[in-house]
Write a protein that binds this ligand. Sequence first.
Ligand code: MN
Length: 214
Amino acid sequence: MAIYTLPELPYDYAALEPVINPQIIELHHDKHHAAYVKGANDTLEQLEEARDKDAWGSINGLEKNLAFHLSGHILHSIYWHNMASPKDSGGGEPLAADGVGDLADAITESFGSFAKFKTQLTKAAATTQGSGWGVLAYEPVSGRLIVEQVYDHQGNVGQGSVPVLVFDAWEHAFYLQYKNQKVDFIDAMWAVVNWQDVAKRYADAKNRTPLITP
Ligand code: MN
C-alpha cells in the first residue's frame, strides 16, 4: 500500500538552466527523490510487519529510516516548487509590487533586512557538513521566520516550524555541474527562487495553529 507518491516536476528538466543543468534535475527528481518516496513507503510496510510479528529488533533503524525518507520526500516536494526559471519569474527579491509584500515585511522584521537574511541562509546552506539543507522556516510560537541548517533531511530542526524556502545542499544537487564549489551553487540558487511560491507557503504557515502558546 503506497501512501507517498512522486510528484510531477512543475517544469521540464531544462527549465532552470543555466543555474541547474537538465541532467542534474532529471537524476535528482527521477532517481533521488523517487528513492525517498519508495523508502518511506517501504519503511511503513516494515513497521507494519514488525507490529504483526511483534518483532522489534530493528525498531531504531526503522524509525530513523522513516524520518529520513519521509523528510526527504517532503523537502524535495517543496524544493521543486520553490524554484522557477531565471528567464521567467525566478530570482530577484520579494517585492510588494509583485504581491508578496507580507513575506518581504516578515523577512525584514525577522532578520533586519533582506540582505542579512540572504547572507544567513547562504551561509547556513553552504557550510552544511556532509549532507543537508539550508531552510527558511516559519516558527509559529514566536511568529518569526528563522533559518535552519538541516542535517541529512531531518536533523537540527525546531519542532513545529514550517519550511517555506529550501536549498538542497547535498552533493547530488550540484556536483555534476559545480563540482566541489558548493558556495558557487548556493550563490547561483538565488536566481531561481520562486518568491510567489515562498509567499504562498508563508501565508499558509501563518494560518496554522501553534503547537503551544508563547
Ligand atoms: Mn536532494
